[in-house]
Design a protein around this ligand. Structure first.
Ligand code: G6P
Length: 472
């Protein structure tokens, strides 16, 4: 029986080892939820890094524990984490793909490690892959993998999906290893992105850098036709809707928020710590809003959650300090004895609290400088069971191509964001409901189940096309 092999840098669970004791923490991430329906079926399996360094003598034990969950670990050494994960993935690909190319550090040792770790993943896949299987590779940490597998298994079906933006050719061409990266991605039969623009940028880079022929969205590479398309990712909308309506802990959390924020209207902001998220610009916009609209003093608060992430990378550490400073500065200037303009949290929150916040906040402010998709805005929409609330969304997030009923802003324009806050605070109930109803329909129709189904069906079709072309 053929199977599907899912591959991503991170497994959907994180292994923790404290004093030799092993524990696992399931990831709440959208991908884990969406692919949950696939990787637990038949002989399917998910291959990835368990999120921590595991000593050699413990690796067998970890492997056995994960086997029951249909997960197969690829162990990364301290050096891999430093050079492949922090280095090549997050100090080269992440900044360049998010249009912050000046943050990139093009180190040969990063590249060497990136190649080696992609090889490690290849070895793990070859141990389980058989003719007739389908391999679905995810994201920028594994750009070489499809090409490496293709060399060993020329006929196997491979899908690749990139969860972050693919930049314009002018940015991508800066990377010293640009040809190798493109060749790696072109090992797939189907290459997917969140938006049409990302797909277009990839096609442009492939045809110009590798001098390949393309027709519409198909590139010819090594006598194979590779299909390049957009598949905007969705969320598990029912989960977020039902949490608000039926979960006791969420209901309880909402009651507590109602008590703590009586007569204070909440603006919500939730991100991973990342310079791509526009957190500083958002704070500047809120600062301008407070300066220019003293009538909202003691009436509006920004509730800002920043989830710690990659804090061993220099730019992330620096960003964290800058956020601390700016939040301190705003609160010092505007706070009163009974009111803090910014409620800032640097930690992760349980899902039941996030759900309560989504349900309670009148406004959600999602203003990344660049974002492949952004799922926070979709989670907010799915949690608005009364069809009210206002979403302010950056035009640089992939989601803005779908959620056109949000107030769309340019995250570099702090004055426009401040004006958007005033507009949101004054939006009539009817207008809120009109917009939110549209957005809820979209988030529900194009949910995560639909995303997985459409991608997998397209991958099958693509493979059939490949085989028929080869047979000619
Ligand atoms: C983004 C990427 C994912 C990544 C996640 C968390 O969403 O697209 O591939 O897993 O960030 O980042 P981390 O570095 O903690 O895996």
């Amino acid at each position: 029986m053929s199977k599907t092999i899912i591959v991503s840098n991170r497994l959907p669970v994180k292994v923790n080892i404290t004093d030799g004791e092993l524990s696992m923490q399931a990831s709440e991430g959208g991908l884990a939820t969406g692919l949950g329906s696939i990787y637990k079926e038949g002989n399917n399996v998910w291959i990835g890094w368990p999120g921590t360094e595991v000593a050699e003598e413990q690796q067998k034990h970890v492997t056995n524990q994960l086997k029951d969950l249909r997960l197969s670990p690829v162990f990364l050494t301290k050096e891999d984490i430093l050079l492949f994960y922090e280095g090549f993935s997050n100090e080269i690909l992440w900044p360049v793909f998010h249009y912050m190319s000046t943050y990139a550090r093009y180190e040969d040792e990063y590249w060497e490690s990136y190649r080696q770790v992609n090889e490690k993943f290849k070895t793990a896949i070859l141990q389980v892959a058989e003719a007739g299987d389908t391999i679905w590779i995810h994201d920028y940490q594994l750009l070489l993998l499809a090409g490496l597998i293709r060399r060993e298994l020329p006929n196997i079906t491979i899908g690749f999906f990139q969860h972050i933006p693919f930049p314009s050719y002018e940015l991508f061409r800066l990377i010293p290893w640009r040809s190798e990266l493109l060749e790696g991605m072109l090992g797939a039969d189907l290459v997917g992105f969140h938006t049409y623009d990302d797909a277009r940028h990839f096609l442009s880079a492939a045809t110009r850098i590798l001098q390949l022929q393309s027709s519409s969205n198909i590139v010819t590479y090594n006598q194979r036709s590779v299909v390049v398309e957009s598949f905007p990712m969705g969320i598990d909308d029912t989960k977020f809707n039902d949490l608000v309506l039926t979960n006791d802990e969420v209901r309880n959390n909402i009651s507590h928020l109602e008590e703590s924020f009586t007569n204070i209207r909440m603006i919500l902001s939730i991100d991973r710590l990342d310079y791509s998220k526009g957190i500083l610009q958002r704070l500047q916009a809120f600062d301008i809003f407070l300066q220019e609209h003293p009538e909202y003093k003691e009436k509006v608060s920004l509730y800002m959650i920043v989830v710690p992430s990659r804090d061993t990378v220099t730019q992330y550490k620096e960003l964290r300090d800058e956020i601390d400073k700016l939040v301190g500065n705003i609160n010092a200037r505007f706070r009163t004895n009974t009111w803090s303009p910014v409620n800032y949290f640097y930690r992760s929150f349980p899902l039941e609290m996030l759900s309560a916040l989504y349900s309670f906040a009148e406004i959600c402010l999602v203003t990344p400088m660049r974002d492949g998709m952004n799922l926070v805005c979709k989670e907010y929409v799915a949690s608005r069971t009364h069809n009210d609330g206002v979403l302010i969304l950056s035009e640089m997030a992939g989601a803005s191509k779908e959620l056109i009923d949000a107030i769309i802003v340019n995250p570099n324009n702090v004055r426009q964001m401040s004006a958007a806050l005033v507009e949101a605070l004054n939006m009539s109930e009817d207008e809120q409901v009109r917009r939110m109803t549209q957005m809820r329909m979209l988030v529900s129709k194009y949910n995560i189940t639909n995303w997985v189904k459409v991608f997998m069906e397209r991958l099958e079709e693509t493979k059939r096309l490949q085989l028929s072309l080869q047979a000619r």
